[in-house]
Ligand binder design. Structure first.
Ligand SMILES: *Cc1c(COP(=O)(O)O)cnc(C)c1O
Length: 247
């Protein structure tokens, strides 16, 4: 269970401030190198495994967007953070089972990991009680391996084909199709993965011109993702330190 403590020691606060300064400099340099406007790239602090106090400290340093990948941990942390008076945007970035949809829509502002029509429908039903639509991204399988999650580009599969998932989000009244998300597959050079993703994103935007978000890039590869058009980078370890367990 994650520590839901909301207190932060001064040395931890200083560590987070230093990590944030380093990551912000990397993002600014990558935008410069790519000829992109810094304002077009949002940094999501991936706070999984770290306590609510770290979220509050990051919020105090100006970070507006937080990412989590497990429903129970995210729900508890979001509640603790809200009770302490902060209200960051919460991005759900992990694999999501349909039976968790009702829980996730209570705290999440954006779900990055929609990879089936059935999940899109479960989220739409669950989100119907919200005041505003839930933003949703289609998670794309860059290598086309169905075992590892992600909708399949170019596939006519009615449940996990990328076009079908995007369309299901586009027509869902309680959801807003915001764009695409991907993780570079294990064993792929990030360069190759994000170049492929950029191709998929271009074809996708021709059909869904309003869905302009591209969530790609993590601590190790954010520069390359920015070069290939990422609008959202999801940064964990470079900001908060190495997680005790790899996930
Ligand atoms: C954990 C995680 C991240 C952050 O990874 P780091 O390498 O720690 O920056 C980004 N995206 C997803 C989907 C994750 O699960």
């Amino acid at each position: 269970m994650t520590d839901s403590s909301t207190t932060v020691r001064p040395d931890r606060r200083a560590e987070l401030a230093a990590g944030l300064a380093r990551v912000q400099a990397r993002i600014a340099d990558a935008c410069d190198a790519a000829g992109r406007d810094r304002a077009d790239v949002t940094m999501i602090a991936v706070t999984k495994t770290y306590p609510a106090g770290d979220v509050l400290a990051l919020a105090g340093l100006g970070v507006t967007d937080m990412g989590e990948n497990r429903d129970q941990e995210a729900g508890e942390k979001a509640a603790a953070v809200a009770a302490a008076g902060a209200s960051p945007r919460w991005h759900f970035i992990g694999r999501l089972q349909r039976n968790k949809a009702r829980s996730v829509v209570r705290y999440a502002d954006v779900v990055h990991s929609v990879d089936s029509v059935r999940l899109a429908r479960a989220l739409d039903t669950a989100a119907s009680t919200r005041d505003s639509p839930l933003a949703a991204l289609v998670q794309v399988s860059v290598d086309g391996d169905p075992a590892r999650g992600g909708a399949l580009p170019g596939s006519a599969d009615p449940d996990v084909g990328l076009d079908a998932v995007a369309e299901a989000l586009a027509v869902a009244p309680a959801l807003r199709l915001a764009g695409l998300m991907a993780v570079a597959p294990l064993g792929w050079e990030p360069e190759r993965a994000f170049a492929r993703l950029a191709e998929v994103a271009a074809a996708f935007r021709a059909v869904h011109p309003g869905a302009t978000e591209l969530s790609a890039g993590m601590s190790g590869d954010l520069e390359i993702a920015i070069r290939y058009g990422a609008t959202h980078v999801r940064v964990g370890s470079a900001l908060l330190g190495m997680r005790p367990t790899l996930r």
